[in-house]
Ligand binder design. Structure first.
Ligand code: ZN
Length: 492
């Protein structure tokens, strides 16, 4: 199996990937809090970790991909004193919290499907794992790293930090930070401003609540990911992913909870994708530059000059390395759209190119190109380098098309597999003239081969009525057949 290198946020270096269980990858990615539409910020981790899953599967690994749905416990402010985001939306819109959850979960799934991301193997919800979370709180209490205060349970960060390093993941030092922290304003329940809620006692008006040994309440946001990753992936698993904005406090707290309850961090590789900026600015509702995925797909946002297809968004994301920031602008998206179309056109043209009568051996240039594409993907998911090699392939195809060079049958085979396997299967870029499913695309191409062979046979037999009938019937379906010297070509 080809070696894969991953940048580990915890060790701050690229490491050779060694799974806990041979040829099996356990991956946990923090999913959305479902109280609003999926936006540009959701697209990047979704596409990044989708490509990681596809790459591992291509390399022969079995992947258990767990992505949670946060449907309780994500509070409005970091301070843990705020209101649950879903409960707040439910109160304002006078809906059951689970109506909010259902509405936005469906919309999230729809956006993810349009981006051609594989669904996770397991998609656990926080509200469906209250028992596991209560058990985890008890374990942390028993280990002496939490305390009960007025019906709520808090993680005792200072006690934990005496034995372990709170801040190991995000590179913080608690002692440095403690000295310049504001005092506890109105949060008397906590011993220290760093302590975070494992369990919150629900106020009278709080709708989402469950009984626990400490109070009727609800779990803290960080808790669900520790509980559900352990439940589905075990005490130690391979990769924990998410956006860089989750590194602190969310993942830092998860790491502390894992260590406090199991005596070890439980995650071999922490992977974080960098953020998307908009015209150089951080995206935020308060900044007025917030763009949902639906708005992007439909072009309905004042910042957009046009609609951008899901595949354009996907291609745009893959043109940057996941650890670099990615700046969104109309110009950048239009360039991505143009580049992607050029690549898909070349992939289609390749099928109609006639291979030269040269030795069957593949050329060194094409063999090196194939090797470089896979090496880039296995080098910490370097998709921009992989795409740049595919653009070199586009140049070769275009030169061959213009008669400036020839390619052997073996070269053609390798190039074709690069587009089919790498562009379509691993990078997940589909020709949008087709449906979004790779399987359907293969079926359509296969059927068209059969139909055009039948038409060629009819022409050879001078059965003009039949060949015209096939051509005209296809035209009615929006499929155009063009006769060339090499045979018939078709397009939508
Ligand atoms: Zn999480």
């Amino acid at each position: 199996m080809r070696e894969v290198y991953i940048y580990n946020t915890l060790s701050r270096k690229k490491e050779l990937f060694k799974p806990v269980t041979p040829s099996m990858v356990g991956l946990y990615v923090c999913g959305p809090t479902v109280y609003g539409d999926a936006h540009l910020g959701h697209a990047r981790p979704a596409v990044t970790f989708d490509v990681l899953v596809r790459l591992f599967r291509h390399l022969g690994y079995k992947v258990r991909y767990v992505r949670n749905i946060t449907d309780v416990g994500h509070l409005e402010h970091d301070s843990d004193s705020g209101e649950d985001k879903i409960a707040k939306k439910a109160r304002i819109e006078q809906l059951e919290p689970m109506e909010i959850v259902q509405t936005y979960t469906i919309r999230f799934h729809d956006a993810m499907r349009r981006l051609n991301t594989c669904p996770p193997s397991i998609e656990p919800r926080a509200s469906g794992h209250i028992i596991e979370q209560i058990a985890l709180v008890q374990k942390i209490l028993d280990a002496g790293f939490a305390y009960i205060s007025n019906g709520s349970v808090y993680f005792d960060v200072e006690t934990y930090n005496r034995k372990h390093h709170y801040g190991a993941l995000s590179g913080r030092n608690l002692d440095d930070t403690l000295s310049n922290t504001r005092s506890l304003d109105g949060q008397e329940d906590k011993h220290s401003p760093f302590d975070f809620a494992l369990w919150k006692k629900a106020s009278k008006e709080h709708i989402m609540r469950w009984p626990s040994p400490w109070s009727d309440g609800f779990p803290g946001w960080h808790l669900e990911c520790s509980a559900m990753s352990e439940k589905y992936l075990g005490e130690e698993f391979d990769i924990h992913g998410g956006g860089m904005d989750l590194m602190f406090p969310h993942h830092e707290c998860e790491l502390a909870q894992n260590t406090a309850s199991r005596g070890k961090g439980g995650v071999r590789y922490w992977m974080h994708n960098n953020m998307i900026t908009i015209n150089g600015q951080k995206m935020g509702k308060s900044l007025g530059n917030f763009i949902t995925l639906d708005e992007l797909f439909n072009g309905t946002n004042k910042l957009l000059e046009q609609a951008y297809s899901p595949m354009t968004i996907r291609f745009f994301i893959l043109q940057a390395h996941y650890r670099s920031t990615l700046d969104f602008s109309n110009e950048a998206l239009q360039a991505a759209e143009k580049g992607m179309k050029r690549m898909l056109q070349a992939a289609a043209d390749l099928k109609n190119l006639k291979a030269a009568n040269k030795p069957e051996e593949a050329s060194e240039e094409i063999k090196a190109m194939e090797e470089n594409v896979y090496a880039a993907l296995c080098d910490d998911l370097n998709t921009p380098v992989a795409l740049s090699h595919l653009f070199d392939a586009v140049k070769i195809i275009n030169n061959a098309k213009e008669g400036k060079r020839s390619i052997s049958a073996k070269d053609k085979e390798i190039l074709d597999s690069l587009f089919t396997t790498v562009l379509t299967d691993i990078l997940g870029i589909m020709d949008e003239n087709f449906s979004n499913s790779a399987g359907e695309k293969k079926v359509i191409e296969g059927l068209m081969d059969i139909v055009l062979q039948e038409r060629a046979k009819a022409k050879a037999e001078k059965d003009w009525a039949k060949s015209d009938f096939i051509r005209d019937s296809l035209k009615e379906l929006g499929i155009y057949v063009k006769d060339t010297k090499e045979g018939a070509e078709w397009s939508l």
